[in-house]
Design a protein around this ligand. Structure first.
Ligand SMILES: NC(=O)c1ccc[n+]([C@@H]2O[C@H](COP(=O)([O-])OP(=O)(O)OC[C@H]3O[C@@H](n4cnc5c(N)ncnc54)[C@H](OP(=O)(O)O)[C@@H]3O)[C@@H](O)[C@H]2O)c1
Length: 245
């Protein structure tokens, strides 16, 4: 891939998103480093650009229609299309399942689910203009029914990620729904969309308790963001391969 390939990574001012932005730029893509805070985004992008990478900051708050629309207008003006979209922005609020109210769940759904749809919906006209577009939705191991229904497993016992896990399962389903819809539309059939999980990665999200580095956590996103035309669509993967739902 070349700097002609334009990628947007949301929530890329730190953590897995920052590593994803760097790795995509190291592969030669032009990367728009998405950040809801302009200053944090500018600082992160400056470090990567200072290392000679084609990285520019782009303010984008996935919960805010106007911000996402402005980001799309910037991309339209500067590049006329978008080739790669990594929906990485996400949040986790820990609270035991039995204490979570409907209201408590809203912020995570707003960011992780509605934010992902808001960005895809707004960027779709730009992705349509790419000759071979890729969307990566960052989900989570905790999204998996296969693991959560395994008696005694770590996932069966983690009651504090109640809302978060539900949001990531929703992300997985909407990934499959988009993939099917794209395949059925000749104007969108060139867009591959997959869900990935970084694995348990040391970031702010988990107080840096994760066991993987952000470089390791970014691998699956980068792979599916740059997969060839013979690659899969509508799947769920980590950096070792396909995962069960
Ligand atoms: N770390 C793990 O073990 C793990 C495991 C499975 C999945 N994931 C997923 O991986 C992705 C990256 O998380 P991370 O671990 O790298 O966490 P992180 O270090 O906390 O990074 C989260 C990023 O999302 C951004 N963000 C939050 N709300 C946003 C909004 N409304 N608009 C735009 N950006 C927003 C944050 O921006 P601010 O800096 O402004 O807060 C930050 O850049 C998330 O989707 C997460 O659910 C992580």
């Amino acid at each position: 891939m070349s700097t002609d390939t334009v990628a947007l990574v949301t929530g890329a001012n730190k953590g897995v998103g920052l590593a994803t932005a760097r790795q995509l730029a190291e592969r030669g893509l032009t990367v728009l480093l998405g950040s809801r805070d302009a200053e944090r985004g500018a600082q992160a992008a400056e470090v990567l650009a200072g290392a000679g990478l084609a990285v520019r900051p782009l303010r984008i708050d996935v919960t805010d229609d106007a911000s996402v629309q402005e980001a799309a207008e910037f991309i339209e003006r500067e590049y006329g299309r978008l080739d790669v979209l990594v929906n990485n922005a996400g949040m986790l609020v820990r609270k035991p399942a039995t204490e979570v109210s409907a209201e408590d769940m809203r912020p995570e759904f707003e960011t992780n689910v509605f934010g992902t749809v808001r960005v895809i919906h707004t960027m779709l006209p730009l992705l349509r203009k790419s000759s071979s577009a890729r969307i990566v939705n960052v989900a989570s191991d905790s999204a998996m029914f296969a693991r959560t229904t395994e008696p005694g497993s770590m996932f069966a016992r983690s009651h504090e990620s109640f809302a978060y896990s539900a949001t990531k399962t929703a992300v997985n389903m909407l990934t499959v729904k988009y993939a099917n819809a794209f395949l059925d539309d000749p104007d969108l059939a060139h867009i591959k969309i997959n869900a990935v999980t970084p694995g348990y990665t040391a970031t702010d999200l988990n107080g840096f308790k994760g066991v993987r580095t952000t470089d390791e956590g970014a691998r699956a996103s980068v792979h599916w963001a740059t997969v060839g035309d013979d690659g899969a669509t509508g799947g769920f993967f980590n950096d070792e391969g396909r995962l069960p739902w």
